[in-house]
Design a protein around this ligand. Structure first.
Ligand code: GLC
Ligand code: CA
Length: 558
């Protein structure tokens, strides 16, 4: 693997709407982010990814972009953005934006012009298809957010347009060279401004099959999952290679793809030395427990599944490239609530998840609030939810016969708003996020879980994240943590994960007891040094490491 400038970094995702509000309108903004750069620097963060801040009707919270060259006034101005890039640079930090180019907003001028003249230039920017006899939908594909992936083209009763996400997110037609040229021009425009790179949204969806047709229905609605058509769509590599060559590669920028399902034999193309992307997220754990019937059928994640998924991803990528490792993001529930069994969401468990995420190979991404162990919120009714995806899953649950109370209980656990509640800075009103009324209610546990309290506590989750980040950068262990091989030490107890990280002159042993009960681990070599421990005691006797529940350690060994 060729060494790259970003390999030894620590990354952080900001959900701008919920991070820090500088002007009291209840919405986080760019000046708020600038005011927290020192906080991020102190945490050990180098790369900051901002979820979309472009002008948007916010049908899908900014993932519906109306102008790729602007900043939504809710978040600030272009001057604020330039200031953010410059202030980050002063601190040796890099800013990433979100590249959302599978679709734009239905309020983007391209789509408005396509509606005016579907047969003209801009009609070809989208997938616009004539209605079938008796108004039949072109295909029976279900959009990710529910309902058919086709809607009537505004102003044209006889035509449909494709949207694999929300109906306010029409898909861009990547087969059209003009669309691709528009995308490359825009990406380069931003990179020329000094951006460090991009996180690339929903990118696997840009390639559609050559022929559009129905697939067997998988629910009572007569529709089929988008996955069916994605599996048939071949040849995305051509687009991604062109994107990389025409943009990212010219700037040596960092790019990380939201890639859920790259085929095994494509991984080198995706993230090898000259991959389409620098890195891609590891969603191995995020997919656990899922059920095609809907969220209401999802199962809790078990420790042994988590351990297995982490290891499988590591093995899959090996020395080919770098995953970007996440515990959660803005589309997932809070990791500590989701991956620790109900009733066991404790400080040690939170630190254990953090330690695993930082000590496997790859680029660690912290999602805002994860560093203080922010937890899921309880949603008492669907009225408290903003997320369009949850609205749909709630309906699915109702249709399956759940009562409203059961439905919100079931889908609330996976609601994307769990991760989108405002950042908890302190114990003042609204967690110090805003002086106004927050756009989404603050998690009431902010009195206990907040940055200020944890800054004053050397045993806090925040303090532990800082240690992990510092360790990754330390002269002593950097080479081993960033590039060392990962060698699993299989355990009889499936709830325990043990592995070595090994470089030429150093070996680290990482052990995590992913359960509330104690566990013994047989050590094979001699321990030289305790490097990190999420509890105070380290109990080793006669070659046995006695681990408390949720204990996790890093030891330097012979
Ligand atoms: C990605 C984003 C998600 C968004 C979707 C459509 O999955 O992470 O938030 O809803 O793409 O853009
Ligand atoms: Ca604001």
């Amino acid at each position: 693997m060729k060494k790259k400038w970003w390999h030894d970094k620590v990354a952080y995702q900001i959900y701008p709407k919920s991070f820090c509000d500088s002007n009291g309108d209840g919405i986080g903004d760019l000046q708020g982010i600038i005011s927290k750069l020192d906080y991020l620097k102190d945490l050990g963060v180098d790369i900051v990814w901002l979820s979309p801040i472009y002008p948007s009707p916010l049908a899908d919270e900014g993932y519906d972009i109306a102008d790729y060259y602007g900043i939504d006034p809710r978040f600030g101005t272009m001057e604020d953005m330039e200031e953010l890039i410059a202030e980050a640079k002063k601190r040796d930090m890099y800013i990433l934006m979100d590249l959302v180019v599978n679709h734009c907003s239905d309020e983007h001028e391209w789509f408005l012009k396509a509606c005016e003249d579907p047969d003209g230039k801009y009609g070809k920017y989208f997938y616009i298809v004539d209605a079938g006899q008796e108004d039949k939908l072109p295909t029976n594909w279900r959009s990710y957010f529910g309902g058919p992936a086709w809607d009537k083209l505004p102003g044209h009763e006889d035509k449909y347009y494709l949207h694999v996400f929300h109906k306010k997110q029409p898909d861009l037609n990547w087969e059209n060279e003009e669309v691709r040229e528009e995308v490359y021009k825009m990406v380069n425009w931003w990179l020329d401004k000094g951006l460090g790179g991009f996180r690339i949204d929903a990118i696997i969806n840009i390639k559609k099959p050559e022929v559009f047709h129905d697939y067997p229905a998988d629910r009572a609605d007569g529709l089929c999952s988008i996955q069916c058509m994605l599996q048939e769509a071949k040849g995305i590599g051509r687009f991604l290679r062109e994107l990389q060559e025409r943009t990212f590669r010219l700037h040596d920028s960092f790019s990380v793809g939201e890639v859920f399902d790259a085929d095994e034999d494509e991984i080198t193309d995706f993230v090898g030395d000259d991959g389409y992307f620098s890195s891609m997220f590891d969603f191995g754990t995020a997919l656990l427990g899922g059920d095609p019937a809907g969220w209401y059928r999802r199962k809790p994640v078990q420790a042994k599944e988590y351990i297995k998924a982490v290891y499988q991803s590591q093995k899959r990528l090996g020395d080919i490239g770098f995953y970007s490792n996440i515990i959660e993001n803005h589309d997932e529930p809070r990791g500590v609530s989701h991956y620790l069994p109900e009733g066991e969401c404790c400080v040690e468990g939170k630190k254990m998840l953090a330690l695993l995420s930082f000590m496997v190979k790859g680029l660690p991404f912290i999602y805002e609030g994860q560093e203080i162990g922010m937890e899921n919120k309880t949603f008492a009714s669907i009225e408290e939810v903003d997320d369009c995806s949850t609205m749909h899953e709630y309906q699915v649950a109702l249709e399956a016969g759940l009562t409203p109370k059961q439905a919100i209980e079931a889908v609330g656990k996976y609601c994307r708003d769990n991760a989108r509640t405002p950042m908890q800075w302190d114990d003042s009103e609204n967690a110090g996020f805003t002086t106004g009324r927050p756009w989404l209610a603050v998690n009431p546990n902010y009195k206990q879980i907040n940055v200020k309290a944890q800054q004053a506590d050397e045993d806090s989750v925040l303090a532990f994240y800082k240690k992990l980040a510092a360790l990754r950068k330390s002269a002593e262990y950097k080479e081993t943590i960033v590039y060392g091989d990962l060698i699993l030490v299989p355990q009889e107890d499936e709830n325990v994960m043990v592995f070595y990280r090994k470089s030429a002159d150093k070996t680290l042993l990482v052990a995590a007891n992913y359960q509330s009960v104690a566990a013994d681990i047989k050590l094979t070599g001699q321990m030289n040094k305790e490097v990190l421990n999420n509890v105070r005691e380290l109990h080793i006797d006669d070659g046995i490491l006695y681990m408390q529940g949720y204990q996790a350690v890093v030891l330097e060994v012979e």
